[in-house]
Design a protein around this ligand. Sequence first.
Ligand code: SF4
Length: 190
Amino acid sequence: MFKLRVTDIKQYMYCPRIVYFTYVCPVQKKVTRKMQYGQEAHLELDRLEKRRTFKRYNFKEGERKFHASLYSPRLGLEGKLDMHIVAGGEIFPVEFKHSSQGPSLNHKYQLIAYAMLLEDTYNKPVRYGFIYVDSEKAIPVEVTPNARVYVKETLEKIRLLVSKELMPNKAGEKGKCVDCEYRNFCADVR
Ligand code: SF4
């Protein structure tokens, strides 16, 4: 099975063309200021998180594991998770995001995909995880059966896109293209 990355799910949901530019017609993407800021802010969040208690996750105690590389042969999926917490015999994925509007749908399904990788790694069900937005609040996200199905269907769609080698339509919302690192390669985007 063609191996995909968890970030492909996030990118596909943002704009399927990004997956096309990643696998079908690879290009040198532009590093935007937004991406640079995201990397710097991630390092700062790692540093702060190491000093915190588990209160904001509603746990008395637990163990934090940073940047685990995960792989599921069953799903043909790999990824590096920001952090996961082992507490009370359960596992909880945590993703750090920078957004003024809270987590978006593609962030949610990225977290669900990481939860599925953790389930295969630990051989245990994951009930929920957290999206940590701009160091303010850990927002719980439930890992439902429907959400798992959605992730699997998205992986199938991505594999189909890659095998057919067809360029998808441009993003429906014009605002998405403004900060997109692939903008230079979309001739139909003004
Ligand atoms: S510029 Fe717009 S259409 Fe092109 S890849 Fe980015 S989001 Fe998609």
